[in-house]
Design a protein around this ligand. Structure first.
Ligand SMILES: C[S@@+](CC[C@H](N)C(=O)[O-])C[C@H]1O[C@@H](n2cnc3c(N)ncnc32)[C@H](O)[C@@H]1O
Length: 294
Protein backbone atom coordinates (compact mmCIF):
# COMPACT_ATOMS: atom_id res chain seq x y z
CA UNK A 1 0.00 0.00 0.00
CA UNK A 2 2.77 2.41 0.96
CA UNK A 3 4.77 1.67 -2.20
CA UNK A 4 1.64 1.95 -4.34
CA UNK A 5 0.71 5.32 -2.83
CA UNK A 6 4.22 6.62 -3.43
CA UNK A 7 4.08 5.43 -7.04
CA UNK A 8 0.70 7.13 -7.45
CA UNK A 9 2.15 10.39 -6.10
CA UNK A 10 5.14 10.18 -8.42
CA UNK A 11 2.93 9.46 -11.47
CA UNK A 12 0.55 12.26 -10.60
CA UNK A 13 3.27 14.91 -10.26
CA UNK A 14 5.20 13.62 -13.26
CA UNK A 15 2.09 14.27 -15.32
CA UNK A 16 1.69 17.72 -13.77
CA UNK A 17 5.30 18.55 -14.69
CA UNK A 18 4.90 17.26 -18.24
CA UNK A 19 1.81 19.41 -18.68
CA UNK A 20 3.96 22.49 -18.08
CA UNK A 21 7.04 21.19 -19.90
CA UNK A 22 5.05 20.37 -23.02
CA UNK A 23 2.95 23.51 -23.21
CA UNK A 24 0.43 25.64 -21.40
CA UNK A 25 -2.03 23.55 -19.45
CA UNK A 26 -5.33 24.50 -17.89
CA UNK A 27 -4.08 24.04 -14.35
CA UNK A 28 -1.94 26.75 -12.83
CA UNK A 29 -0.47 29.85 -14.35
CA UNK A 30 -3.20 32.19 -13.22
CA UNK A 31 -1.65 34.16 -10.41
CA UNK A 32 -4.88 36.03 -9.76
CA UNK A 33 -7.26 33.11 -9.62
CA UNK A 34 -7.20 30.35 -7.01
CA UNK A 35 -6.70 31.78 -3.49
CA UNK A 36 -6.33 28.29 -2.04
CA UNK A 37 -3.60 26.51 -4.03
CA UNK A 38 -0.86 27.68 -6.39
CA UNK A 39 0.52 31.03 -7.52
CA UNK A 40 -2.35 33.13 -6.14
CA UNK A 41 -0.70 32.74 -2.72
CA UNK A 42 2.33 34.84 -3.73
CA UNK A 43 2.71 38.61 -4.05
CA UNK A 44 3.26 40.26 -7.44
CA UNK A 45 6.74 41.29 -6.23
CA UNK A 46 7.63 37.67 -5.59
CA UNK A 47 6.25 36.42 -8.90
CA UNK A 48 7.58 39.29 -11.02
CA UNK A 49 11.12 38.00 -11.62
CA UNK A 50 10.05 34.37 -12.14
CA UNK A 51 9.66 32.59 -15.50
CA UNK A 52 6.05 31.89 -16.51
CA UNK A 53 6.58 28.13 -16.26
CA UNK A 54 7.79 28.38 -12.66
CA UNK A 55 4.57 30.18 -11.83
CA UNK A 56 2.44 27.80 -13.89
CA UNK A 57 3.95 24.81 -12.07
CA UNK A 58 3.16 26.16 -8.61
CA UNK A 59 1.12 23.56 -6.73
CA UNK A 60 1.61 24.66 -3.16
CA UNK A 61 -0.87 25.58 -0.43
CA UNK A 62 1.00 28.53 1.03
CA UNK A 63 4.10 30.67 0.75
CA UNK A 64 6.77 29.27 3.07
CA UNK A 65 9.44 31.75 2.01
CA UNK A 66 7.25 34.57 3.34
CA UNK A 67 7.60 33.32 6.90
CA UNK A 68 11.05 31.73 6.82
CA UNK A 69 12.88 35.06 7.32
CA UNK A 70 15.67 34.04 4.96
CA UNK A 71 18.96 35.92 5.20
CA UNK A 72 21.94 36.36 2.85
CA UNK A 73 24.50 33.59 3.19
CA UNK A 74 22.08 30.94 4.46
CA UNK A 75 21.62 27.43 3.09
CA UNK A 76 17.97 26.56 2.42
CA UNK A 77 16.45 23.19 1.55
CA UNK A 78 12.99 22.89 -0.04
CA UNK A 79 11.42 19.45 0.45
CA UNK A 80 9.39 18.44 -2.61
CA UNK A 81 10.45 21.43 -4.68
CA UNK A 82 8.28 20.67 -7.72
CA UNK A 83 8.77 23.23 -10.49
CA UNK A 84 11.04 25.23 -8.20
CA UNK A 85 9.02 28.33 -7.34
CA UNK A 86 10.04 28.46 -3.67
CA UNK A 87 13.67 27.54 -4.42
CA UNK A 88 13.95 30.41 -6.89
CA UNK A 89 12.42 32.89 -4.44
CA UNK A 90 14.63 31.56 -1.62
CA UNK A 91 17.78 31.69 -3.78
CA UNK A 92 17.33 35.41 -4.32
CA UNK A 93 16.78 36.00 -0.60
CA UNK A 94 19.93 34.13 0.52
CA UNK A 95 22.18 35.82 -2.06
CA UNK A 96 24.95 36.77 -1.86
CA UNK A 97 26.76 33.79 -0.46
CA UNK A 98 23.78 31.52 0.20
CA UNK A 99 22.50 28.44 -1.60
CA UNK A 100 18.97 27.07 -2.14
CA UNK A 101 18.53 23.32 -2.66
CA UNK A 102 15.37 21.73 -4.00
CA UNK A 103 14.76 18.03 -3.35
CA UNK A 104 12.19 16.09 -5.35
CA UNK A 105 11.66 12.42 -6.20
CA UNK A 106 10.05 13.06 -9.60
CA UNK A 107 12.49 13.34 -12.51
CA UNK A 108 10.06 15.36 -14.62
CA UNK A 109 9.71 17.97 -11.86
CA UNK A 110 13.50 18.19 -11.55
CA UNK A 111 13.82 18.75 -15.30
CA UNK A 112 11.22 21.51 -15.13
CA UNK A 113 12.81 23.12 -12.06
CA UNK A 114 16.30 23.16 -13.60
CA UNK A 115 14.90 24.72 -16.77
CA UNK A 116 13.10 27.35 -14.71
CA UNK A 117 16.27 28.17 -12.76
CA UNK A 118 18.21 28.58 -16.00
CA UNK A 119 15.45 30.78 -17.47
CA UNK A 120 15.44 32.88 -14.31
CA UNK A 121 19.22 33.27 -14.41
CA UNK A 122 19.44 32.02 -10.83
CA UNK A 123 22.87 30.54 -10.17
CA UNK A 124 22.69 29.68 -6.47
CA UNK A 125 20.00 26.99 -6.80
CA UNK A 126 20.58 23.23 -7.04
CA UNK A 127 17.93 20.58 -7.64
CA UNK A 128 18.60 17.16 -6.18
CA UNK A 129 16.84 13.85 -6.86
CA UNK A 130 15.69 11.96 -3.78
CA UNK A 131 13.00 11.30 -1.23
CA UNK A 132 12.17 13.47 1.74
CA UNK A 133 12.24 10.36 3.93
CA UNK A 134 15.98 9.91 3.18
CA UNK A 135 17.39 13.37 2.45
CA UNK A 136 20.67 13.06 0.52
CA UNK A 137 22.43 15.84 2.45
CA UNK A 138 24.84 15.63 5.41
CA UNK A 139 23.91 16.06 9.05
CA UNK A 140 23.62 19.67 10.28
CA UNK A 141 24.18 21.14 6.80
CA UNK A 142 21.09 23.35 6.38
CA UNK A 143 20.07 26.61 8.05
CA UNK A 144 16.42 26.56 6.98
CA UNK A 145 14.13 23.77 5.76
CA UNK A 146 11.09 24.91 3.82
CA UNK A 147 8.39 22.87 2.08
CA UNK A 148 5.11 23.61 0.36
CA UNK A 149 2.28 21.09 0.39
CA UNK A 150 4.46 17.99 0.35
CA UNK A 151 4.76 16.45 3.81
CA UNK A 152 1.07 15.47 3.66
CA UNK A 153 2.03 13.31 0.65
CA UNK A 154 4.54 11.23 2.61
CA UNK A 155 3.56 7.76 3.73
CA UNK A 156 6.31 7.86 6.39
CA UNK A 157 5.98 11.19 8.14
CA UNK A 158 7.99 10.28 11.29
CA UNK A 159 10.98 9.60 9.02
CA UNK A 160 10.50 12.99 7.32
CA UNK A 161 10.48 14.76 10.69
CA UNK A 162 13.58 12.86 11.82
CA UNK A 163 15.36 13.76 8.58
CA UNK A 164 14.48 17.45 8.99
CA UNK A 165 15.96 17.39 12.51
CA UNK A 166 19.07 15.62 11.22
CA UNK A 167 19.91 18.00 8.36
CA UNK A 168 19.17 21.22 10.28
CA UNK A 169 22.09 22.85 12.01
CA UNK A 170 21.59 23.40 15.75
CA UNK A 171 19.53 26.57 15.89
CA UNK A 172 18.25 25.96 12.34
CA UNK A 173 14.65 26.69 11.43
CA UNK A 174 11.69 24.97 9.79
CA UNK A 175 9.11 26.96 7.80
CA UNK A 176 6.55 24.80 6.03
CA UNK A 177 3.21 25.30 4.35
CA UNK A 178 1.00 22.24 4.38
CA UNK A 179 -2.58 21.03 4.48
CA UNK A 180 -3.61 20.32 8.07
CA UNK A 181 -6.86 18.87 9.42
CA UNK A 182 -8.90 19.85 12.45
CA UNK A 183 -8.05 17.62 15.39
CA UNK A 184 -11.53 16.12 15.47
CA UNK A 185 -11.35 14.81 11.88
CA UNK A 186 -10.49 11.10 11.79
CA UNK A 187 -8.32 9.71 8.99
CA UNK A 188 -11.54 8.42 7.38
CA UNK A 189 -13.08 11.92 7.58
CA UNK A 190 -10.02 13.34 5.82
CA UNK A 191 -10.16 10.68 3.10
CA UNK A 192 -13.81 11.55 2.50
CA UNK A 193 -12.78 15.12 1.72
CA UNK A 194 -10.23 14.34 -0.99
CA UNK A 195 -7.69 11.85 -2.24
CA UNK A 196 -4.10 11.23 -1.19
CA UNK A 197 -2.34 12.58 -4.29
CA UNK A 198 -4.47 15.74 -4.06
CA UNK A 199 -2.95 16.57 -0.63
CA UNK A 200 -6.03 15.84 1.47
CA UNK A 201 -6.30 12.22 2.66
CA UNK A 202 -2.71 12.17 3.97
CA UNK A 203 -2.96 15.43 5.92
CA UNK A 204 -2.04 15.30 9.59
CA UNK A 205 -4.17 16.99 12.21
CA UNK A 206 -2.72 19.98 14.06
CA UNK A 207 -2.04 17.87 17.13
CA UNK A 208 -0.45 15.04 15.14
CA UNK A 209 1.82 17.50 13.33
CA UNK A 210 3.00 19.15 16.54
CA UNK A 211 3.54 15.82 18.28
CA UNK A 212 5.51 14.44 15.31
CA UNK A 213 7.85 17.42 15.22
CA UNK A 214 8.33 17.32 19.00
CA UNK A 215 9.06 13.60 18.84
CA UNK A 216 11.83 14.35 16.32
CA UNK A 217 13.38 16.80 18.81
CA UNK A 218 12.24 20.09 17.29
CA UNK A 219 11.17 22.96 19.54
CA UNK A 220 9.24 26.26 19.46
CA UNK A 221 6.62 24.52 17.33
CA UNK A 222 3.86 26.78 16.02
CA UNK A 223 1.04 25.87 13.64
CA UNK A 224 -0.97 28.72 12.18
CA UNK A 225 -3.89 28.13 9.84
CA UNK A 226 -3.92 30.70 7.05
CA UNK A 227 -6.89 29.74 4.88
CA UNK A 228 -9.50 27.04 4.53
CA UNK A 229 -8.95 24.50 1.77
CA UNK A 230 -12.02 22.41 2.53
CA UNK A 231 -14.40 21.49 5.33
CA UNK A 232 -12.25 21.81 8.50
CA UNK A 233 -9.09 21.40 6.40
CA UNK A 234 -6.62 24.30 6.22
CA UNK A 235 -3.56 25.62 4.54
CA UNK A 236 -1.27 26.22 7.50
CA UNK A 237 2.18 27.53 8.30
CA UNK A 238 4.23 25.16 10.45
CA UNK A 239 7.28 26.66 12.15
CA UNK A 240 9.84 25.06 14.46
CA UNK A 241 13.53 25.19 15.36
CA UNK A 242 16.20 22.63 16.05
CA UNK A 243 17.39 23.46 19.54
CA UNK A 244 20.84 25.02 19.71
CA UNK A 245 23.61 22.82 21.01
CA UNK A 246 25.13 23.49 24.39
CA UNK A 247 25.62 21.96 27.82
CA UNK A 248 22.37 20.33 28.89
CA UNK A 249 20.65 21.53 25.73
CA UNK A 250 19.38 18.21 24.52
CA UNK A 251 17.49 17.30 27.69
CA UNK A 252 16.24 20.82 28.33
CA UNK A 253 15.15 21.35 24.73
CA UNK A 254 13.55 17.94 24.43
CA UNK A 255 11.34 18.86 27.36
CA UNK A 256 10.61 22.26 25.78
CA UNK A 257 9.82 20.59 22.47
CA UNK A 258 7.39 18.19 24.05
CA UNK A 259 5.69 21.05 25.88
CA UNK A 260 5.60 23.17 22.75
CA UNK A 261 3.99 20.37 20.81
CA UNK A 262 1.27 19.98 23.36
CA UNK A 263 0.73 23.73 23.62
CA UNK A 264 0.46 24.02 19.84
CA UNK A 265 -2.03 21.20 19.72
CA UNK A 266 -4.18 22.78 22.39
CA UNK A 267 -3.89 26.39 21.21
CA UNK A 268 -5.17 25.84 17.71
CA UNK A 269 -8.23 27.83 16.81
CA UNK A 270 -11.33 26.23 15.40
CA UNK A 271 -12.39 27.21 11.91
CA UNK A 272 -12.86 30.93 11.88
CA UNK A 273 -9.93 32.28 13.96
CA UNK A 274 -7.33 33.29 11.37
CA UNK A 275 -8.89 31.88 8.26
CA UNK A 276 -8.40 34.17 5.30
CA UNK A 277 -10.66 32.56 2.70
CA UNK A 278 -13.20 29.88 2.08
CA UNK A 279 -12.25 26.54 0.62
CA UNK A 280 -13.25 25.25 -2.78
CA UNK A 281 -16.90 24.44 -3.07
CA UNK A 282 -16.69 21.72 -5.66
CA UNK A 283 -14.47 19.70 -7.95
CA UNK A 284 -12.48 21.65 -10.49
CA UNK A 285 -13.06 19.93 -13.83
CA UNK A 286 -9.55 20.89 -14.85
CA UNK A 287 -7.67 19.64 -11.83
CA UNK A 288 -9.83 16.64 -11.18
CA UNK A 289 -9.75 16.35 -7.41
CA UNK A 290 -11.28 19.56 -6.15
CA UNK A 291 -7.83 20.63 -4.94
CA UNK A 292 -5.43 22.18 -7.37
CA UNK A 293 -2.54 20.85 -5.38
CA UNK A 294 -2.18 18.33 -8.15
C1 LIG B 1 1.95 19.36 -4.41
S1 LIG B 1 3.48 19.35 -5.26
C2 LIG B 1 4.24 20.82 -4.55
C3 LIG B 1 5.42 21.28 -5.35
C4 LIG B 1 6.07 22.58 -4.86
N1 LIG B 1 6.45 22.48 -3.47
C5 LIG B 1 5.15 23.77 -5.09
O1 LIG B 1 4.84 24.46 -4.12
O2 LIG B 1 4.76 23.99 -6.23
C6 LIG B 1 4.34 18.01 -4.46
C7 LIG B 1 5.78 17.77 -4.93
O3 LIG B 1 6.43 16.93 -3.97
C8 LIG B 1 7.09 15.86 -4.63
N2 LIG B 1 7.06 14.73 -3.67
C9 LIG B 1 5.96 14.12 -3.17
N3 LIG B 1 6.31 13.17 -2.29
C10 LIG B 1 7.68 13.18 -2.23
C11 LIG B 1 8.64 12.44 -1.50
N4 LIG B 1 8.27 11.48 -0.65
N5 LIG B 1 9.95 12.71 -1.69
C12 LIG B 1 10.33 13.69 -2.57
N6 LIG B 1 9.46 14.42 -3.29
C13 LIG B 1 8.15 14.18 -3.12
C14 LIG B 1 6.31 15.65 -5.91
O4 LIG B 1 7.13 15.05 -6.91
C15 LIG B 1 5.90 17.07 -6.27
O5 LIG B 1 6.88 17.71 -7.06
Amino acid sequence: MTDQLRADVRDHYARAALTVLEGPGCCGGDASGDPVFGPGLYTPDELGPLPADAIAASLGCGNPTAVADLRPGETVLDLGSGGGIDVLIAARRVAPGGMAYGLDMTDEMLTLARRNAADAGVENARFVQGEIEAIPLPDASVDVVISNCVINLSTEKPRVFAEIARVLRPGGRLGVSDVVADDDLSPADRAERGDFVGCTAGALSFGEYAAGLAEAGLAEIRLTPTHAVGDRMYGAIVAAVRPAAGPGASQRDAATAAGAGLRAARALPPAGGVILGEGPTGADPCCGSGSCCG
